[in-house]
Design a protein around this ligand. Structure first.
Ligand SMILES: Nc1ncnc2c1ncn2[C@@H]1O[C@H](COP(=O)(O)OP(=O)(O)OP(=O)(O)O)[C@@H](O)[C@H]1O
Ligand SMILES: [Mg+2]
Length: 411
């Protein structure tokens, strides 16, 4: 079917009509947002693996909080940012931009005064133009600045929700950790308070790195972990998406797509999109689903991994290893099996010939160097585990492909 009509959006936050699951997390986050109305700020840390749905979740919460809870909000993407002044500039710039369609836009513009620059044809969009020399002041005066901004729009909005997304670069910075703590302390010790809910979004281990930089920060955080989808949620997602386009999906195709997505929304979209392109209406069949799964692994490999990972995994010399992984490590286990990400060298070695043992060791070493696998001390001697679910799902699919190829060759 035509790529342009696909309801799947691999890699970008999901449109609201196709959003699935995450009820508990949504409720918890909305509670946090509502609670700051009292003037006591909160910091939430939304943590999870690549592609698990962090940005989509906070975008959804943000929209509900704006619509129903009287929040003014900004979703700021900080990928690649490592310095506070740039972070703060982006926060204020987004606040200005995101108010564009709101009734209080003029008030925000008045607040920023001469720093608002009209850009684009007919001055259709606005940008905040702050001389680099003044950014340091904004970092320092963050709390009073936000307070003044909120008092400017107090008739319309009583809560400020700031989402700082992709803080991975900043989480390593001492300055950021200290700034966060001072921010909370400054608000706590002032009489006026500030109805600010700050949601930080990042990979799982960023909480530890922030706390390492500033140990007492730990007590300010509420951590919201984002887990893989259950198989039923993945099915619900596919049913919704295909039904919206009036395409039916056979039961076995639905099962295959949902299983191979491995609980990862990013994979679910990629598979959905591939199946969409291959399907001949009115039904997506099992055969299309399998082809779609392999095509999706290819896309994920290209878009999200170091090029060497794909090269190695697809190389002839490692195919036997991969097939053995497919048969002996993954076997018939479902990919949502909680222990499937770990294995032992001996599990694979036992099924290889003498001459293949060196190839296995090379392979393991390469994968550790490329960050796909890590040595897993909990797994005992020769224990390994996948560094993240995306790598695991990719391997799972490639291992099935290697098995299938071997089957075709009659081995
Ligand atoms: N609840 C959901 N329902 C439907 N699709 C979703 C949901 N959550 C995420 N997705 C889809 O999954 C993909 C990854 O989502 P998202 O970008 O939100 O993840 P992320 O955790 O922020 O990823 P990254 O770590 O790369 O920033 C996107 O294509 C998005 O559309
Ligand atoms: Mg994201």
């Amino acid at each position: 079917m035509l790529a342009e009509t696909s309801p799947f959006t691999p890699g970008i936050p999901v449109p609201f009509e196709y959003f699935v699951g995450r009820r508990t997390e949504i409720e918890r986050l909305r509670e946090m947002v509502r609670a700051v109305k009292s003037g006591r700020p909160k910091i939430g840390l939304v943590a999870g693996e690549r592609g698990i749905g962090k940005s989509s979740l906070v975008a959804f919460v943000r929209r509900l909080s704006e619509r129903d809870d009287g929040a003014a909000a900004a979703h700021v993407f900080l990928g690649g940012v490592t310095e506070l002044p740039e972070m703060v500039r982006r926060v204020f710039d987004r606040l200005l931009k995101e108010s564009a369609e709101k009734s209080w836009h003029q008030k925000i513009r008045d607040y920023f005064g001469k720093h608002v620059k009209e850009v684009g044809l007919f001055g259709i969009s606005v940008e905040l133009d702050i001389p680099p020399g003044q950014l340091g002041n904004l970092v320092h005066d963050f709390v009073p600045s936000l307070r003044r901004l909120m008092s400017q729009i107090r008739d319309e909005r009583a809560i400020l929700l700031l989402v700082l997304d992709d803080i991975n670069g900043l989480a390593e910075s001492k300055a950021f950790a200290h700034w966060l703590k001072s921010l909370m302390d400054e608000i706590a010790t002032s009489e006026q308070g500030l109805p600010l809910c700050l949601l930080l979004v990042g990979l799982e281990d960023r909480r530890e790195s922030l706390i390492r930089q500033q140990p007492s920060l730990g007590r300010y955080f509420e951590v919201i972990d984002i887990n893989p989808w259950e198989i039923e949620e993945t099915k619900e997602f596919y049913n919704k998406a295909f039904a919206s386009a009036k395409v039916s999906v056979s039961e076995d195709a639905l099962r295959v797509m949902s299983e191979f997505a491995g609980g990862l929304p990013v994979m679910a979209h990629e598979i959905g999109d591939a199946v969409w392109r291959l399907a001949v209406p009115p039904t997506a069949t099992l055969e299309t689903a399998l082809l779609g799964v392999f095509a999706a692994a290819e896309q994920i490999g290209r878009k999200m991994f170091e090029p060497q990972v794909m090269q190695e995994v697809r190389s002839e010399r490692y195919r036997t290893i991969l097939r053995t992984v497919g048969e002996k490590v993954f076997g018939e286990r479902p990919i949502l099996d909680p222990d499937i990400h770990r294995f032992k060298r001996s599990e694979i070695r036992a099924f290889l010939g003498e001459d293949e043992a060196d190839v296995l060791d090379n392979f393991l070493r390469r994968m550790v160097n490329l960050g796909v696998l890590r040595r897993d001390p909990e797994g005992g001697r020769g224990g390994y585990s996948f560094t993240n679910r995306l790598h695991l799902v990719y391997f799972f699919i490639e291992a099935q492909r290697a098995k299938k190829e071997a089957g075709k060759r009659g081995r």
